[in-house]
Design a protein around this ligand. Structure first.
Ligand code: AMP
Length: 479
């Protein structure tokens, strides 16, 4: 199981597409800016001008990848874009940047994918036996090949044919010279929304915050299992797959999505605040002087905690915004260093105080341990750590970057052992029931596998997949 995680299929990503707008690529560029939190390792945009596919892809942040002249070169009235962060060794390989673009017997095609296919290695092996030649190690390329090989008549039918053969999570954009297709997996694990600019221009985005930026009107969420064809005939919707129990990733609400987004109609910021209120009820801290968030991820929950408990809220830790997310640092030694550069306690606020520290999650525990020590060194009399989610005990196989199970602190430590490790005076996590009470406004279904180990989409031949994937990765290093 752990081996599997070291593959290159664990991407955190954002997708954005614009159909029928003279500034399509520029709007996608702006949309990707608003989705930057979903992936910082590479970015790309592909536009279609008449029959010509134009691409710019590169490593780094959106601001680094696209220069003015490159954006100007992305002509045409339709474009799709992608931001990506992946843990894999091969991820910074230029071949693993999206959107993907290929020529097929039916013409050009581009694809951008957020999610993770659990049967990708199996499918890839089958395709390779049939003669397919893969250019990248991304699972998305499996969908590209299956689409290209399909004998169905139309583009949308070929894509549906391909998607019916894959298992896992996807919020996907596919584009040919005439249309953009948006698809969300039958479980609805990753979010995807549809919007409009003006009368006849359409936008598809991972999150609503990107629609807000370009002043697009929100139409609705793409439904789980829905395929939306946006083309000369307008917008058509299909539900070609067997219905599944809806399983939206609950971690989108806890950490991943931007607070100003709404997912499936529920506002992320308001949800995080409710979670914080609930946390205060479940695990109060008596005689605390201050509630301090770990910025930025802990801020909404800390506000909720302060509100419910009546303890004053203070920004006792200041974040340096010019440092990348600490989680990106690949080495343990660098990560320790990273936390120090990124977060600074404010001793004037903290000195002599009993402090409630609020963060959204503990993954390896490295960040929490560092921060608790920093806050204590800044003069806190006591540090009570409150986490606005249940203990993260299991890795994600559907598109959130988590380390291997053995690296997850909560997988092998009790809460008391974790408290000792992070050196807090007390430590408490929100209960699973509490999380649901705060999130589940509509009684909808969620994937909570990272907290419960209940994986909604089974992964076939797991061990075998792991072996194969490692093999492919090794080969890549040898080249
Ligand atoms: P750790 O030091 O490994 O326990 O990391 C915990 C910190 O990482 C918390 O402050 C979280 O906000 C943050 N975090 C949790 N999940 C992720 C993720 N998938 N990507 C980046 N950061 C994360």
């Amino acid at each position: 199981m752990d081996l599997y995680h070291q593959d290159h299929f664990h991407d955190e990503c954002g997708v954005f597409g614009v159909y029928n707008h003279p500034e399509a690529a520029n709007l996608v560029y702006l949309g990707l800016y608003a989705l930057q939190h979903r992936g910082q390792e590479s970015a790309g945009i592909i536009s279609v001008d008449e029959r010509l596919f134009l691409a710019t892809r590169g490593p780094g942040l959106v601001a680094d990848v696209f220069r003015r002249n490159e954006l100007d070169g992305l002509k045409g009235k339709q474009a799709i874009g992608h931001v990506r962060y992946s843990t894999s060794g091969g991820s910074n390989n230029a071949r693993n940047r999206q959107p993907l673009m290929v020529d097929t017997a039916h013409g050009g095609m581009a694809m951008a994918h957020n999610g993770n296919l659990v049967n990708a290695v199996e499918m890839r092996r089958t395709l390779e036996r049939r003669g397919s030649i893969f250019q990248s190690t991304m699972d998305t390329e499996v969908i590209v090949h299956l689409t290209a090989l399909s004998r169905r008549k139309s583009f949308v039918e070929r894509l549906v044919d391909a998607l019916s053969q894959v298992e896992g999570s996807y919020a996907l954009l596919a584009m040919n010279e005439q249309c953009i297709i948006a698809a969300r997996d039958p479980y609805g694990i990753r979010p995807l929304v549809l919007g409009r600019i003006g009368e006849n221009s359409y936008v598809v985005s991972s999150e609503t915050c990107a629609l807000n930026l370009i002043e697009a009107e929100f139409i609705r969420d793409v439904e789980p299992g829905e395929v939306i064809l946006i083309g000369p005939q307008g917008v058509e919707s299909f539900f070609p797959f067997p219905r599944r129990k809806r399983c939206l990733c609950i971690f989108e609400y806890i950490y991943f999505a931007r607070p100003d987004s709404n997912i499936d109609g529920v506002n992320v910021y308001a949800t995080r605040k409710r979670i914080g209120m609930r946390l205060a009820q479940e695990h109060p801290v008596l005689e605390a002087d201050l509630v301090i968030p770990v910025p930025d991820s802990g801020v909404p929950a800390a506000l909720g905690f302060a509100h419910a408990s009546g303890i004053p809220f203070e920004l006792g830790i200041i974040r340096n915004h010019y440092v990348g997310r600490t989680f990106i640092e690949p080495q343990q030694s660098i990560r320790h260093f990273g936390v120090k550069i990124k977060l600074n306690p404010n001793p004037d606020i903290i000195q002599g105080k009993h402090v409630v520290l609020v963060d959204d999650s503990i993954v390896r525990g490295t960040t929490s341990r560092k921060i608790v020590k920093m806050v204590r060194a800044a003069g806190a009399k006591s540090v009570h750590l409150r986490i606005s989610s249940p203990p993260t005990t299991h890795p994600c196989y559907y598109g959130i970057d988590t380390p291997t199970q053995s690296e997850l602190l909560a997988s092998s430590h009790s809460v008391e052992e974790m408290r000792t490790y992070v050196t807090a005076d007390s430590l408490a996590f929100l209960s699973l029931e509490g999380m649901y009470a705060a999130v589940n406004g509509h009684g909808l279904g969620y994937c909570d596998a990272c907290f419960s180990g209940r994986y909604p989409v089974p992964f076939p031949h797991h061990e075998e997949n792991a072996q194969l994937t490692l093999l492919q990765e090794n080969q890549e290093f040898e080249r």
